[in-house]
Design a protein around this ligand. Sequence first.
Ligand code: NAI
Ligand code: UGA
Length: 447
Amino acid sequence: MKVSVVGCGYLGAVHAAALASLGHHVTGLDTDAAKVGRLARAEAPFHEPGLPALLRDGTASGRLAFTTDPARLAGARVHFICVGTPQAKAGNGADLGQLRRAVEALRPHLAPGDLVVGKSTVPVGTAEGVEALLAGTGAVLAWNPEFLRQGTAVADSLMPDRLVYGLPEGDGRRAARELLDAVYAPLLERGTPCVATNFATAELIKVAANAFLALKLSFVNAVGELCEQVGADVVELAGALGHDARIGSRYLQAGVGFGGGCLPKDLRSFRAQAQERGVQSLDELLSLVDGINAAARGRAAEAAAAMCGGEVRGRRITVLGAAFKPHTDDTRDSPALDIALQLAAKGALVTVSDPQAAGHAWLAHPQLSFQADAMDALRGAELTMLLTEWPEFTGLDPVAVAAVVDRAAVLDGRNALDAGAWRAAGWAYRGIGQGSGRPVGAARTAA
Ligand SMILES: NC(=O)C1=CN([C@@H]2O[C@H](COP(=O)(O)OP(=O)(O)OC[C@H]3O[C@@H](n4cnc5c(N)ncnc54)[C@H](O)[C@@H]3O)[C@@H](O)[C@H]2O)C=CC1
Ligand SMILES: O=C(O)[C@H]1O[C@H](OP(=O)(O)OP(=O)(O)OC[C@H]2O[C@@H](n3ccc(=O)[nH]c3=O)[C@H](O)[C@@H]2O)[C@H](O)[C@@H](O)[C@@H]1O
């Protein structure tokens, strides 16, 4: 089938390439000419494992093209809208400007019977507004939220846990369902569960899923704070909770909290939606989740000060990680960068290393020093902080690292290092939420 994808960022570029791999003819549209240029040359404009191969295959097959010209979307039967819905500059709500402009640009090129499919994450009620914008075109609207994670976006797109269809009331409902089923036929044939519902439920499923993940993370991080005070270990506690199938072990990795372009802004948008409709309990719950997450970053900065003897001013601190999580170059609302900036603001001499995100981060934050190579970044460090658990960092040899730092003290902000191995190599190791009873700040000088 001929389909279009409007907005080719972290979601849209992967969606376009994945649809081409399913056999569809895909044209991707973006307003960013540089991004379109790279995609048209089958180059991924950001780091996403598996995407370069998918782009190369799609381009070579002649089924994948990219453009900045909305007129080239005419003739496609299904149009996926994947533009950004960031947090508005003022308040917690989402900024829907990209969405409105994308629909307006697409509108003149729609034909009766076309299906427009919203994939962007939006506040409840948005689809109804988009439907009104499409009036007179003869096109039908559906909302099909996306659940992919950056870093595993290709696999998540091709093997999702479920599909959600928000379908219109009335005449267009059956046609919308049939077209979506045709687009996702290979996934449905494999037995992927599909939930077909109305617009409002589909919109809320998406934000509720992200808010629930955030809730789980803030829960374990708040419990971790108590663990630290009483000599308990949140890693062991979370492992034990995870054995209970009703709780599950995923999203219980305690540390410096969640970040990225979605969980934080979706949590706040959901809050704004609850607030607008007077659902105070949900508003307050989400506000606590957000507050606990912000506090986790502050506590990591405080722990760093404690490990430096109470004061970070003038101390050389190496931060391992700039991306909001491993396997992406995305630094949007990154806990690692936030903590690095908090420490730099207090006068620490911060050097950051990241296998993929250092370039982005350096452009935005010239007050931090960056080193591409982790060992170079660690040379002379008085405190090492692991804040993004890239395998390049968790696989570091603590003996080799101890030989290049000034003080062998490490704060493991993701509880991802082998604590026993680091301690055995002479390191003062501290994990977040791990109240081992060891005196904080008792860093041993490297041999
Ligand atoms: N990043 C992710 O892992 C996921 C994102 N989402 C949702 O998907 C949406 C997009 O997110 P990202 O891809 O992360 O954002 P992004 O900022 O990486 O991508 C948005 C793209 O849309 C383009 N754009 C803006 N206005 C446009 C217009 N009028 N016409 C054509 N292109 C336009 C931008 O240039 C940019 O390339 C958001 O609603 C997000 O919440 C949902 C699931 C996963
Ligand atoms: O709407 C979105 O954009 C996406 O948001 C998240 O995906 P993503 O932001 O790519 O990243 P996650 O893997 O969910 O991680 C989010 C944050 O939580 C942190 N995290 C995750 C898991 C964990 O156990 N502990 C933890 O601190 C990560 O380090 C990261 O900062 C959701 O997992 C996706 O389902 C959703 O589609």
